[in-house]
Ligand binder design. Structure first.
Ligand SMILES: [Mg+2]
Length: 373
């Protein structure tokens, strides 16, 4: 059976077009990511991406070191048809660093898929959807700039807009929500994300105001460890509560379900640390009847491809996705051809493996390389 014979890892930096005001970890100028390229004994090449965010999951520098120093010895010589065995070894060898493990697992699936002509979605059980509704985040420090973007995007079929609230004053947030509903009415699917900005003391009063604008959900209103306070918000509000920072993996979700702390979850491959782990998480969410939303960090096209393959094969992720970076935020992506985005939906790539083309040439042309080994 074919084995992995070579591993290359790159830490890259890409310029972004717009500032993003998130409350924590505001982003402006550039974002850093790690890409890994694996080669099999017959010369098949697979790619994976680790896109940590230092205020959320970890750092690009740590992901680079994890792959280069700690995971490389496990990966070289690994059989391409024993991915789960490799993920278990990675878990036993290194604590945390989920994004690094995800990057390796993605590249392995990319190679396995290319070796047999199947997409990763097919390897994960086959598609239940071919397109995924795409959310755009309203997070520009200049709200008028976001309104202008919406005027362009809504006629093109984009319907889902997620407003980053709790950064500016409550009064400003309410004025923005009102402006969006006044201009676009119910043609838009409005969502709210506090990124943990509120405190249990007083949160209910703020969120009752938000309820008036009929959002689809309110994401992570409270700090990640405030599960019982989130449970009382979920019980008191009309709008469902979606949890993001409180839910990285299965243990978190079990506790969320036990306390009824949320009505839905954001699934991010960078949080679960793997495609298989993400599907396992959604199996628990499905059992508790919590729908999933395909979340993202500052991810480029390789991670976007992995995310779309996962969502295509995972029925419970029914609330769309927010993989808008490569389409709207990154100045350049490392892919040779962009993943299609039509009528506000991401088109899941159909080719084998990830269904995308990355090459060293496209990487060097479209990103600044900070380190490589
Ligand atoms: Mg979030």
């Amino acid at each position: 059976m074919e084995k992995i014979t070579a591993l290359r890892v790159f830490m890259i930096e890409s310029p972004i077009k717009m500032a993003r005001l998130q409350g924590v970890g505001n982003v402006k100028g550039t974002v850093k990511r790690v890409l890994v390229e694996l080669t099999s004994s017959s010369g098949i090449v697979g790619w994976g991406e680790a896109a940590p965010w230092e205020v959320f999951t970890g750092t690009a520098e740590a992901a680079f070191a994890a792959i280069d120093t700690y995971l490389r010895p496990l990966v070289i010589g690994a059989r391409i048809d024993r991915i789960r065995s490799l993920t278990l070894q990675m878990k036993q060898t290194l604590v945390g660093h989920g994004e690094a493990k995800l990057a390796i697992e993605t590249a392995m699936f990319d190679i396995l898929g290319k070796s047999c002509g199947l997409s990763i979605a097919e390897l994960l059980g086959g598609r239940v959807r071919d397109t995924i509704p795409l959310s755009f985040s309203i997070a520009d420090p200049d709200f008028d700039a976001d309104m202008r973007r919406m005027h362009d995007m809504v006629p093109q079929g984009n319907r889902i807009f997620k407003v980053k609230t709790g950064v500016k004053s409550h009064g400003e947030d309410m004025a923005h929500l009102e402006a969006m509903r006044n201009v676009f009415g119910d043609t838009i699917d409005l969502r709210i994300d506090y990124n943990q900005a509120l405190h249990p003391f007083g949160a209910i009063k703020v969120l009752r105001d938000v309820d008036r604008f009929r959002p689809t959900f309110i994401e992570q209103p409270l700090p990640r460890d405030c599960l019982t306070a989130m449970a009382s918000l979920a019980a008191d509000l009309d709008t469902p509560i979606l949890t993001d920072e409180s839910c990285f993996g299965a243990h978190d979700l079990m506790e969320i379900i036990r306390l009824r702390a949320a009505d839905a979850i954001s699934v991010k491959l960078m949080k679960t640390g793997g495609l298989l782990e993400a599907q396992a998480l959604m199996a628990i969410a499905d059992t508790a009847r919590l729908p999933g939303y395909g979340g993202t960090l500052w991810e480029g096209g390789v991670a976007l491809a992995a995310g779309t393959q996962f969502i295509a094969a995972t029925p419970g992720v029914s609330l769309g996705c927010e993989f808008y970076m490569p389409h709207h935020v990154l100045t350049d992506d490392v892919l040779e051809e962009k993943i299609d985005n039509r009528n506000g939906e991401v088109i899941v790539p159909t080719g084998p493996g990830l269904g995308i083309s990355v090459s060293e040439k496209s990487l060097r042309a479209n990103a600044r390389i900070l380190a490589e080994r």
